[in-house]
Design a protein around this ligand. Structure first.
Ligand SMILES: [Zn+2]
Length: 71
C-alpha cells in the first residue's frame, strides 16, 4: 500500500531508514517556516512555509544505522 498520501492521520515512511510516522496536520494563524526531521536517522522528511503544518508521530522505528549498505 502506498503510504505517501497527505491527509489526516496518513502514514509516511522515512525514505532513508524506513521508520513509519503518522502524520497529522495542524492549522496555525501565522505562517510557520519550519521542517520535520526523522527522529531515527535525522533526514529531513518535510519542509514547509504555510499556516498548515504536519506533525509527525513515530509509530514504528526503522533499522538505523543499516548494517548491510555501508560504502
Ligand atoms: Zn529516518
Amino acid at each position: 500500500m502506498a503510504t505517501w498520501a497527505i491527509s489526516e492521520g496518513a502514514e509516511k515512511q522515512c525514505p532513508q531508514c524506513g521508520s513509519i510516522y503518522v502524520v497529522k496536520h495542524h492549522q496555525v494563524p501565522v505562517k510557520d517556516d519550519d521542517s520535520a526531521d526523522c527522529e531515527v536517522c535525522g533526514i529531513e522528511l518535510e519542509r514547509w512555509k504555510s499556516t498548515r503544518y504536519p506533525v509527525y508521530t513515530l509509530k514504528e522505528r526503522g533499522q538505523w544505522p543499516k548494517h548491510n549498505d555501508m560504502p
